[in-house]
Design a protein around this ligand. Sequence first.
Ligand code: NAP
Length: 257
Amino acid sequence: MARVLLLGGTGEARALAGRLAGRPGLAVTLSLAGRTLAPAPQPVPVRVGGFGGAEGLADYLQAEAIAAVIDATHPYAARISANAAIACARAGVPLLALRRAPWQKVPGDRWRAVADVAAAVTALGDAPRRVFLALGRNEVRAFAAAPQHAYLVRSVDPVDPPLAVPDAQYVLGRGPFTEQGDRALLVAHRIDAIVAKNSGGAATYGKIAAARALGIAVLLIARPQGPDVPAVDDVAAAEAWLMARLAHRAAPAARGA
Ligand code: NAP
């Protein structure tokens, strides 16, 4: 039985788990940070919570005799990806990163790159704007420093306590989101700026396409640099990598038999 650790929290991790579930000779555990209150159901067994840094993850890999790790965390989840690279190198476990390719700017996009959330707050400027925040519920807290703007915040779980600003509205939602739905939302709230991550993939592209159609400015937070490990950008390629690694691992024993 080959034990595989899948670092998740994304639709891609769930899709890959679905492809791997029930395969003979494979025991996949999907790991979640535990950020969302009611995580989506998963097709394989799930463990929840941090490992205790790179050292804790390396210990886990050894204790659980993990044969391979796939880091399918969100492209902006920089710390767990860095930890996975260190831990796998230390424990001698093969690691693959499954990272969505970033969206590419196309004609009509009014994108402005900003280094991080704090830079996005500054880039909104002094004049009041109507801003859609498509960020994690903890990241939106930084916008309390710019109370002159009106905010529309979309998050999976409620922002609690609410933002300490005079004008903020909240919409709960878990992707995928459609262009049509996001366009209606942007129009209804008279949004004139969006702050978002360049997450890549289709599930959250609706707001980007809608912003283009409506001529709305998008402040895109720069992607963190991922660790220098083998990487693919789609689920099928990750599955193929895993099967090849496990076949390679089984080969010496088979030859010796
Ligand atoms: P992060 O800053 O890279 O990680 C912070 C700490 O959370 C890690 O050091 C680790 O704790 C723990 N952790 C993160 N992902 C984990 C996982 N899959 N399994 C077990 N522990 C994990 O991560 P983040 O940006 O807070 O993201 C947390 C989770 O939300 C990830 O699973 C990610 O895929 C998902 N997510 C993130 C974003 C985003 O924009 N960042 C968006 C959508 C989904 P220890 O050091 O104690 O091991």
